[in-house]
Ligand binder design. Structure first.
Ligand SMILES: Nc1ncnc2c1ncn2[C@@H]1O[C@H](COP(=O)(O)OP(=O)(O)OP(=O)(O)O)[C@@H](O)[C@H]1O
Ligand SMILES: [Mg+2]
Length: 152
């Protein structure tokens, strides 16, 4: 039923709790996992701001920062990939730049997954709200795909 799932991570302990469930889903028939991290536009924009002071071409500076960020994310995703593979799952990693919820739902559709697994909260750790805004917007927009939200 949940043969292929999408696991979205912001590398927080909340997402780690969700990862534990992804591993458990093997018992429910999961064979393949797509692991995604979305680099937020705002994060990247804040970082490339320093390029105004760069002696080299501004565009080139921005491109270099983007490449560095993406390769750091890829490295972190590799660690998760390895762990899932050790549990006998097939894994694909994806890095996108944009709005997390939009990119998560877009990727879920592109990959044809039958479940999205995410944490209830993330970086903001606002536990007084029921779920974070990325979690909320994924549920709101993933119209035909069920979403498993895991609490820490
Ligand atoms: N940039 C991201 N890329 C991939 N998955 C993400 C990203 N941001 C959040 N998620 C997923 O969504 C879950 C909930 O995080 P969310 O961002 O909604 O909570 P928050 O950071 O506490 O609140 P908010 O972002 O609204 O301030 C995370 O545990 C993770 O699974
Ligand atoms: Mg967040």
């Amino acid at each position: 039923m949940f043969r292929k799932v999408l696991f979205a991570t912001d590398f927080t302990p909340y997402a780690l709790s969700a990862l534990r469930y992804v591993i458990k889903l093997k018992e429910a028939g999961t064979e393949e996992v797509v692991v995604i991290h979305v680099v937020e536009n705002v994060t990247l924009e804040a970082m490339v701001e320093s390029c105004i002071w760069s002696k080299e071409d501004v565009k080139k500076c921005e491109q270099e920062i983007e490449e560095t960020v993406v390769s750091q994310v890829k490295e972190k995703l590799e660690g998760i990939k390895k762990e899932l593979e050790e549990h006998g799952l097939r894994v694909k990693t994806v890095v996108k730049i944009g709005k997390p919820a939009v990119k998560i739902v877009e990727t879920a559709k592109e990959e044809g997954v039958s479940l999205i697994v995410i944490g209830s909260h993330g970086k903001s750790r606002m536990e007084e709200v029921l779920i974070g805004s990325v979690a909320e917007n994924v549920v709101r927009h993933a119209s035909n795909i069920p979403v498993l939200i895991v609490r820490r």
